[in-house]
Design a binder for this molecule. Sequence first.
Ligand SMILES: [Zn+2]
Length: 114
Amino acid sequence: MTPNVQLPPCPHCGQSLLPFTLPADGGWDGSVQFACFNDDCPYYVRGWTWMEEKFGVRSSYRHRVDPRTGAASPIAVWSSTALRDRIIEDDVVAASPDADVIPGSGPGSGGEGI
Ligand SMILES: [Zn+2]
């Protein structure tokens, strides 16, 4: 039950976006962002082909929205699991600025070696 937080749907696949945080050491300020983590999202699926053809890299991107500005822009991902350990579980969204979110605290999900 999360009273006031309404996550917008992805315009590409219709799934609800999920909140996540970006690493502060990547030049981000660690604020909450919304992104589509649907692996079947056409935007994300198409991204693999596009990146490989254009840049020869195995990478893609997901639909992302900055909740503070409402602006949408792609966030690059290097695997289907990238950034997943940064997804914020439901109820803590916008709850309090000092919400205790521990990245990567879930059980190990197998080694997908590079
Ligand atoms: Zn989507």
